[in-house]
Design a protein around this ligand. Sequence first.
Ligand code: HXC
Ligand code: NAP
Length: 287
Amino acid sequence: MQHTEGMLKPGSFKGKTILITGGGTGLGRSMGKYLLELGANLVISSRKKEVIDKSAAELMKETGGQVLAVACDIRKYDEVENVIRESEKTFGKLDGVLNNAAGNFISPTERLSHRAFDIVVDIVLRGTYYVTLAAGKNWIAKKQPGTFLNIVTTYAWTGSGYVVPSVCGKAGVLGLTRSLAVEWAKYGIRSNAIAPGPFPTEGAWSRLMPGELVKKFDPAARIPLKRVGDHQELANLAAYLLSDYSAYITGEVVTIDGGEWLRNGGEFSYLEELKPEMWDQLEKMRK
Ligand code: HXC
Ligand code: NAP
C-alpha cells in the first residue's frame, strides 16, 4: 500500500454528482479525476471555457466517467446558479460541492493596490460564499442532503505575510465552513475543509514561487516529512470527506502538510539544524 494509490472502495461515488469549482486545472482536476474513478458524475467549472472543455474531454477519456463543463465566474451569482441548474439538468441532482477555485499572488502588502485585495478576496471568499449559498438554498428547498468541502490552507489560522489578501479570504472560508456545519446540520448538510501544505501545481507554483524562488526556497526542505504533497493523497482525503464514510464529520478542517505549519510555529524547531556532534557536546556539558 502506498500514499500514491487510491484508497476508497471502487464504486464509492456511484450515482453521486460532485461539482468542483476550478476543476479544470491543478488540484481540482486531480481530485475530480479520482472521484470519476470512484464512479461519480463530475461537474467542473471555471472562468476559462476552453480549459474546462479540454479537461472534461481528457478526464472522460482517462476514466470512462461523465463530466459536464460549465463556464462560471464564481463572483457572479447568476452564473453560479446556472451551474447548479445545468448540473441538475444533466445528472438529475447534485450531492456535493468542492469549493476549490482561488486566486493568489505574493507581494509585500504595502506594494498592493486596494484592487489587488479585492480581486483575491472576491474570488476566494465572496465566490465561495456565492457557490455555498446557491447550492445550500437549492438543497434546503428540495429537502435534499448535501456535502461541502472547502479547500483552505494552514495560514487561514496562522496568518502569513506576503499573501495577506489570500489569508483574509481563506480565514473567511474557514469561518464559513464551521458556521454552516452547525447552522445547516438540521438540513442534512455537512461542511468540512482541507488545509493542504505545498502540492505542486502550475497555478500555485507560477504565482507563489516564480523565477528563482523555487530553487532558493525549496518547499520540501522546510517540511518535517521532507517532501511536498502528492495529488493522490489529497484526492484520497477529499473523496473521504465528500463521501458517506465521513457522515459523522462536520465542521472539521483536516491539515495535510507533512507537519509544515506546526514546525514553522514551534519555538525550538530551529534545533533541527543541530548536527549530532553538537548534541553530543551539549550532553557532555549537562553531565
Ligand atoms: C501584486 C497584483 C499581482 C501581483 C495582480 N495584481 N497580480 N498585485 N502582485 N502578482 C493586482 C493588479 O495590479 C490589479 O490591481 C489587480 O490585482 C487585478 O489584477 P488582474 O491581473 O487584472 O486580475 P485578473 O486578470 O482577474 O487575475 C486574477 C489573479 C490571477 C488572482 C491576479 O492570478 C488569477 O487569475 N489567478 C487564478 C488562479 C490562481 O491564482 N491560482 C493559484 C492558487 S494557489 P490594479 O490596482 O493594478 O488594477 C493558492 C495556494 C495557497 O491559493 C497556499 C499555498 C501553500
Ligand atoms: P490552480 O490550478 O490555479 O486552481 C485555481 C482554479 O481556480 C483555476 O482552475 C481557476 O480557473 C479557478 N478560478 C480562479 N478564479 C475563478 C473565478 N473567479 N471563478 C471560477 N473559477 C476561478 O491552483 P491549485 O494549486 O490547483 O489550487 C487549488 C486550490 O488549492 C485553491 O483553493 C488553492 O488556494 C488551494 N491550495 C493549493 C495549494 C498548493 O500547494 N497547490 C496549497 C494550499 C491550498 P480559471 O482561471 O479558468 O477561472
